[in-house]
Design a protein around this ligand. Sequence first.
Ligand code: KG4
Ligand code: ZN
Length: 359
Amino acid sequence: MSLILGIESSCDETAAAVVRDGYEVVSSCVATQIAKHAVHGGVVPELAAREHLVALNPVLDAALREAGVTMRDIDAIAVTQGPGLIPALLVGLNFAKGLALGNNIPFVGVNHFIAHIYGAFLDEAHSALEDKAAYPLLALVVSGGHTSLMLIDSDGRATALGSTIDDAAGEALDKGAKLLGLGYPGGPIMQKTAEGGDPHRFDFPRPLTGAAGKPLAPENKYNFSFSGIKTALLYHVKNHADAEGKLPAELLKDTVASYQEAVVDVLVKKTLSAAKEFGAKTIVVAGGVACNSVLRSRFEELTPRGVHLRLAERKYCTDNAAMVGGLGWHYHRRGAYSTPDIDAFARLPRITRVPFLEP
Ligand code: KG4
Ligand code: ZN
């Protein structure tokens, strides 16, 4: 039996968790900085780093207390190394290095993106992850920081098929909500506002899908672009503005529903088309935007029979350290630890390996 302490600080959530043997989440504590960033309408990296510095110790204490353990019971530490905001990552990474050194236990830096995918298999769902028949596995990780499709083969090789070339989908929702004066973070507010609205009343663009008669360059087949949707919203508001320059209240619901629909439509279409091309046996949807009810039900409706759909549980969609601690166990069981000189990294590598499959 091994207990891994997970630590996460890649964006605006400071998190610590204790996970037993890779899958059983014993405790998972998250301190969110949302209120601090809300006034800026988005995450400010330096502010995030300063907040992590203050929050890490209390969050660690809470995770240990909730698990009923002390640092002496922890076998190894897993910490998010990247991708993410460098100033934010550095705080958690250095904290983990110090904690490991001070307690004379090993630590390992893990990939936050793979951790999001792994988070869809925590608790009871894990047998699916180690079953070779579940591969190739196609994952859509969609959050405020990421929108990428990753294909994982049964030998553990993971290839990023495409990523956003500008804004992430969550960012598009956040910026759209900001533009409409709805608040931050935009995703959940947009979902609520869109309820009962007509998603087909207004036609927002579906960039890089080959729609609107524009031929799609092969390199963009599985890339995403969301900044055009945001610009279209800006013009939509201008075109329909009342005397005060604001969008009339009676258009708000349908506008938001149509905007959300455009984002969901692009995400689902690209994922299903990649699943078909690469013969995916499993589709995983994870990351903060995977909380979205419209996105979840669209995948449930449209995923072909014979393809297993795994939607991350909502509590493991947004950033957390349980997914980090769980993933870290797979390195621990092989003794594949990091050395104290490891650095944080900002971007998702095109090709990487997952630790939960033997080559
Ligand atoms: O994974 P996450 O906590 O942090 C990042 O790594 O970005 O994701 C946060 C993002 C935000 O953009 C937020 O607006 C979005 O996830 N989000 C949602 C919903 N809940 C959170 N987007 C759409 N619908 C939701 N219900
Ligand atoms: Zn994340």
